[in-house]
Design a protein around this ligand. Structure first.
Ligand code: HEM
Ligand SMILES: *[C@@H]1O[C@H](CO)[C@@H](O)[C@H](O)[C@H]1NC(C)=O
Ligand SMILES: *[C@@H]1O[C@H](CO)[C@@H](O)[C@H](O)[C@H]1NC(C)=O
Length: 501
């Protein structure tokens, strides 16, 4: 009897144990997932999450910065969203954003590290790093940018020369429809390249064009579904093909573009006469015993790549929005040109000193940045120790996203939030600064290239407006649709650059 029961159990077990094991494994995974993602006490409210993917499926991947107003309505100016395995809090509205960047500043200086980032750059560089590495790399980068011309005449001249090259290459199009993407990218990138590498690249340099394409692709794909999935299920995704693999491959190639340049610098390096950022970094590396600071080969590569990344895509995307808006708003374009003709004329190029006397052009550039809104959630930050905000508890590790889209389109702050309107930045014909305009963020971890970016935008934009009128190609339609990547950028389009003289 006993033995027959035993064999029954044994056979049942034999048939079931595989399923049981599987079931147990799945239950275990759900349990872990549940425990990991339980909301801490007094955490900001938010929509219910699904196992593993959190609220990811509730966001529209094509436009994650839009379409969740219902959450703000329901939960208020601070609510939680679970992005895969990242527990984040979205902050809306100027008062709360200011509070975050002032009162909480010290506790939100870190960047969160997604698994995909972890694999790409670890804690190296300045853009995605945290802690001591970030502090050292940021301080050094700011100082070196200043030494190599930020706010100096030499850099301004370099920008003017580059603007001239850009005008020449666009002239070659003879007013016919063309896609301005890569020539603008190249021109903008040349400014940061001349600071970091000490050289600019010809617009027909195929290797450099290839690098810009790789960078564009890598940053664009980092927001893709496959990359999100990698962040949640790295152990499976690692083996699957898809856009995450392209991202890894591209960054590998980008690194192998920078490495030989560093070797070249080493070869004819003179510590007494640093020529550029890489030279200065090499000098810094010799100052300290190995491993006592972050001034290592890896950080040299990554900080250089970070400057290349942050200094190219952002400014170039903004300029592309600017030309698109000019083609769509010919009356605004005419007013910019009238101001240029009045203040600068046709005999010389604009200089930074002209900005003061060109309130309209300045307002247009600001309005392009407001509408373009290229970094919609600002740089993500991570809470580095348990804190409170507005009565809510934010445990260490919570991700803070500030909704700049909401700020830049707040009907309380802007007369015509949804319409391109340079008057937002004008008062009695004078330029007017606006508090609710934060495209470069604020505080200690704000954009370190703001001054550089604003100078570039002014010099390039005025040079283009001085020489061309941008128009919609006949029989084509321009749209304000965007593509999402590291930044929100206009979808691929063509323009006609009709010479003015
Ligand atoms: C229109 C152009 C630009 C825009 C809209 C922009 C915007 C931003 C934003 C929103 C951040 C995140 C700040 C935060 O987390 O609070 C940032 C960071 C950064 N930007 Fe820019 N940026 C622009 C151009 C540039 C340029 C030309 C450079 C080149 C030097 C640059 C270098 C950086 C770096 C290195 C960081 C990381 C700073 C850190 O983490 O400490 N940016 N930028
Ligand atoms: C950010 O603000 C915009 C504009 O108000 C809104 O449409 C969007 O849903 C908000 N996104 C999040 C995640 O709060
Ligand atoms: C283009 O602009 C430059 C100044 O940036 C000016 O010297 C030149 O005459 C302009 N060329 C044309 C064709 O308008």
């Amino acid at each position: 009897m006993l033995s027959s029961t035993g064999s029954l159990v044994a056979s049942l077990w034999a048939g079931l144990h595989l399923w049981t094991l599987l079931l147990a494994a799945v239950t275990f995974l759900f349990l872990i997932d549940y425990l990991k993602s339980r909301r801490p006490k007094n955490f900001p409210p938010g929509p219910r999450r699904l196992p593993f993917v959190g609220n990811l499926l509730q966001l529209d991947v094509k436009q994650p910065h839009l379409g969740v107003q219902q959450f703000v309505k329901k939960y208020g100016n601070i609510f939680s969203l679970n992005l895969g395995n990242l527990s984040s809090v979205i902050i809306t509205g100027l008062p709360l954003i200011k509070k975050v960047f002032t009162q909480m500043e010290q506790d939100i200086l870190n960047r969160p590290v997604t698994l995909i980032r972890e694999r790409i750059s670890k804690n190296n560089g300045v853009l995605f790093s945290s802690g001591q590495t970030w502090k050292e790399q940021r301080r050094f980068t700011l100082m070196t940018l200043r030494n190599f011309g930020l706010g100096k005449k030499s850099l301004e001249q370099r920008m003017q020369e580059e603007a001239h090259h850009l005008v020449e290459v666009i002239k070659e199009e003879k007013g016919q429809p063309f896609n301005p993407h890569f020539s603008i990218n190249n021109a903008v990138s040349n400014i940061i390249c001349s600071i970091t590498f000490g050289e600019r690249f010809e617009y027909h340099d195929s290797q450099f064009q290839e690098m810009l394409k790789l960078l564009d692709e890598a940053t664009c794909l980092e927001g893709s579904v496959m990359c999100q999935l990698y962040n949640i299920f790295p152990w499976i995704m690692k083996y699957l093909p898809g856009s995450h693999q392209t991202v890894f491959r591209n960054w590998g190639k980008l690194k192998s573009f920078v490495s030989p340049m560093i070797d070249n610098h080493r070869r004819d390096w003179n510590p007494d006469e640093p020529r550029d950022f890489i030279d200065a970094f090499l000098t810094e590396m010799t100052k300290y015993p190995e491993k006592s600071t972050s001034f290592s080969e890896e950080n040299l590569i990554w900080t250089t790549l970070d400057l290349f990344l942050a200094g190219t895509e952002t400014t170039s995307t903004t300029l592309r929005w600017a030309l698109l808006y000019m083609a769509l708003y010919p009356d605004v374009q005419e007013k910019v040109q009238a101001e240029i003709d009045r203040v600068i004329g046709q005999m010389r190029q604009a200089s930074l000193a002209d900005r003061e006397s060109m309130p309209y052009t300045n307002a247009v550039i600001h309005e392009v940045q407001r509408m373009g809104n290229i970094v919609p959630f600002n740089g993500p930050r991570e809470v580095s120790k348990d804190t409170n905000l507005d009565g809510f508890h934010l445990p260490k590790g919570t991700i803070i996203l500030t909704n700049l889209t909401a700020l830049h389109s707040d009907p309380k702050e802007w007369a015509t939030p949804e319409t391109f309107n340079p008057e937002h930045f004008l008062e009695n014909g004078q330029f007017k600064k606006r508090d609710s305009f934060l495209p470069f963020s604020m505080g200690k971890r704000a954009c370190l290239g703001e001054q550089l970016a604003r100078s570039e935008l002014f010099i390039f934009f005025t040079a283009l407006m001085q020489n061309f009128t941008f128009k919609t190609p006949v029989n084509e339609k321009l749209s304000l649709k965007f593509r999402i990547g590291l930044t929100l950028s206009p979808v691929s389009h063509r323009l006609c650059a009709v010479p003015r003289l």
